[in-house]
Write a protein that binds this ligand. Structure first.
Ligand SMILES: [Fe+2]
Length: 316
């Protein structure tokens, strides 16, 4: 795909709503995971023998759920749909276009309930489209506690195929490229809700949590420092997306990011995707962070995700 082309859009009613939550598989003791994410500013909403789920201060029932198993990898990514009809329409479109359906539309018995279905993207990532999930009770927001998930970045073995799938099947639009190494995709006004990074294997690169302000962002970084945890990379401000960043290593094997001030795309028609060069002056606008640390690169690459499988998107 031409790296400056947004690609065809699916009808607006099929474009998934906000990122709801991400489920992750880990081998780490969940008490250790819980201690980290409480310091991060999240709240426990479910604790089972082999799982723990966290919410932020926003209305989503939960934003992260960790399941203890025998590998580190992605469980699923959940997006909101506006209605049962939106769920059913997207399911029908995907089924008609050869997308692997792993769970037919139904009333879900999983945490937070709702009505939804699950399908696999070309690399076997499980995507859930859910409406009518239980809402979380309002919390008094703390400026230094995450309000919601901002975005997820995924390592892919085929960045062009991944980009094509999310543009043509989910209605994402290309916001920017970072050479031919990363592509940033938006579904609403945030510059990116999903991004892909070309890698030798599929895995989760990082998951970003949004703070309401730069002051809240800096206070969150300070709170983590008080807890004895410093960023793997950052603080800094990126060129693509213009967002402030601080990347960490969690004990579960993933990279969470504090972010704020992500660029907003208010007018799709006039947005022209850019191709950013991978040079420090464009990935570190404040000239504070320096180039990505080796530790950040290692954590972000992660391990090949054994939960993924060979491409099964039948495009014919
Ligand atoms: Fe990020």
């Amino acid at each position: 795909m031409d790296p400056t082309t947004s690609g065809p859009l699916t009808p607006g009613s099929l474009v998934p709503g906000p990122l709801r939550h991400v489920e992750l598989c880990t081998t780490t003791d969940l008490d250790e995971v819980t201690e980290f994410y409480l310091a991060w500013g999240l709240h426990v909403v479910e604790r089972g023998d082999d799982s723990v789920a966290f919410r932020s201060s926003g209305p989503e029932h939960h934003v992260l759920r960790f399941v203890q198993t025998d590998y580190v990898g992605l469980g699923h990514i959940a997006f909101a749909a506006p209605s049962r009809r939106g769920v059913d329409d997207l399911h029908r479109l995907w089924a008609d276009r050869g997308v692997e359906i792993t769970l037919e539309p139904e009333v879900l018995s999983s945490l937070g309930g709702g009505y939804g279905f699950e399908a696999a993207d070309p690399e076997g990532r499980r995507l859930r489209i859910i409406t009518e999930m239980d809402a979380a009770d309002p919390l008094v927001p703390s400026p230094s506690a995450p309000r919601r998930l901002s975005h997820i970045v995924l390592n892919t073995v085929d960045i062009d195929l991944s980009c094509e799938f999310y543009v043509t099947m989910l209605g994402f639009r290309v916001s920017d490229w970072s050479e031919h190494q990363m592509v940033f995709l938006r579904n609403l006004t945030d510059h990116h809700t999903i991004a892909f990074n070309q890698e030798a294997h599929g895995s989760v690169n990082h998951i970003a949590h949004e703070l309401d302000s730069l002051d809240g962002f800096l206070t969150a970084v300070g709170r983590m420092r008080s807890a004895g945890v410093d960023p793997l990379w950052g603080i800094g401000r990126h060129g693509p997306g213009n967002n402030a960043f601080a990347y960490y290593g969690d004990p579960a094997g993933f990279v969470p990011e504090f972010t704020t001030d992500l660029e907003q795309v208010q007018h799709d028609a006039s947005w022209v995707p850019r191709v950013w060069k991978r040079v420090p002056s464009q990935s570190d606008l404040w000239h504070l962070a320096g180039p990505p640390s080796a530790e950040f690169r290692r954590h972000g690459a992660g391990q090949p995700d054994p939960g993924l499988h060979a491409p099964r998107w039948n495009r014919s």
